[in-house]
Design a protein around this ligand. Sequence first.
Ligand SMILES: O=C(O)CCC(=O)C(=O)O
Length: 248
Amino acid sequence: MVMKDLDVSVIQTDYEHDGVALVRGFLSPEEVQSIREELDRYIREDLVRRPADARTLEADGKTVRNLWRLELHNHYFREFGSREDLSKLVAPLVKGDPVLAGIETFNKPARIGSGVPPHQDNAYFCQAPPDMLTIWIAVDEVTTSNGPVTYLKGSHRLGPLPTRPSGVRGNSIGLAGMPDTPEEDLLVALLEPGDATIHHCNTIHYSAPNSTDYPRLGFLLVFRGSHTETDEGLKAAYSAAVAATPPA
Ligand SMILES: O=C(O)CCC(=O)C(=O)O
């Protein structure tokens, strides 16, 4: 990422107004390649020695749907998440000192990649105030047919909405209902490798299964402001949902 080439004020304006900012060329092709190689190596060589909840598998029982907590399980990704340029970009968005809260993947493998039900991330993160975000970086090209993430622009202003357990492994809690949204308020994130979105933890989003022959790997970094605290009400709903459908 070359900070000086990113229009930080546009990112900030879009993020605050829409709850999601689209950033073209967030990472260079070399950075994307390096992430891809380390993910491949980690899955091939290390994952077997990590706890079961370091990943969620697809319905075939062997293909990775998600990797979780890479900042704990892998040195390369821990270092990546502590990059100063990231921290500088994120600080005004989380309204405080950024704390790295998670590094994960949504692999959406070819043909069997499952869908993600509509949700607000803060139903999982359970933080108050909701000064928390996700940077979603495309490792593969994201097309209309391999399961792009769709965001409801402005939905971060709705606050926490009613939830229900979804029964989906890796995404155990979803929205109880979807607000009516005009087409023009949907952002379908069609991305080239290295492009990214940055979304607020109350922005509603979802993605369809991948029935194409092309994988759609997303690499995610989650940050919060150091001032946020766990909201016990949100936590109780999340704990019940994740107990009903554990990630592994
Ligand atoms: O990658 C996806 O399909 C879903 C991503 C997601 O739920 C998230 O970024 O919080």
